[in-house]
Write a protein that binds this ligand. Structure first.
Ligand code: HEC
Length: 137
């Protein structure tokens, strides 16, 4: 009996997660991306991307609300812009801006043992972009 109950429970979980994918049950890549975000970006851009993280208080330039990227770009998430901006390949509005160039500093909080030489693994970066896309308003 107990076995059958367990089977039913796991079946309904499977069905449930199939229905709610993208809403309640977040895909793994988004969850992984959130982990990267929390370590590398939240201090400035806020715990959930809305800006005003603790480290932003001492900055002259205010880190923008990253949940509004899509809205500010005519309803399309500007994935390629974000990729290039974060990797320091785009000119900044303010050249003295404290936003790090992650292609040179690397995801140094994600890989504390040796990530200082600009190490950014493609999967981690793709997950980060997926997370940012998922938090758009
Ligand atoms: C030390 C603080 C700091 C950290 C850490 C930081 N940022 Fe920023 N970020 C800023 C500031 C300040 C700006 C605005 C100034 C500018 O445009 O250069 C900015 C701008 C941006 C923009 C441009 C937004 C727009 O609308 O133009 C994006 C995208 C961005 N950050 C993403 C990230 C991501 C993703 C991470 C983590 C991998 C991150 N930032 C980490 C401070 C930070």
């Amino acid at each position: 009996m107990q076995l059958r109950l367990a089977a039913i429970a796991s079946l309904s979980c499977a069905l449930l997660s199939a229905c709610t994918e993208g809403s309640i049950a977040e895909p793994d890549n988004v969850r992984e991306g959130q982990r990267v975000y929390a370590k590398e970006c939240a201090a400035c851009h806020g715990a959930s991307g809305e800006g005003a993280g603790p480290a932003s208080l001492g900055l002259d330039v205010i880190p923008p609300d990253l949940t509004g990227l899509k809205q500010r770009n005519d309803g399309y998430f500007p994935r390629e812009f974000v990729r290039r901006f974060v990797m320091g390949r785009l000119e900044k509005d303010d050249p003295t801006s404290p936003m790090p160039d992650f292609s040179s500093v690397g995801l140094r909080h994600v890989y504390p043992d040796g990530g200082a030489d600009g190490e950014v693994l493609e999967t981690d970066f793709a997950n980060l972009l997926d997370y940012l896309e998922a938090i758009q308003e």
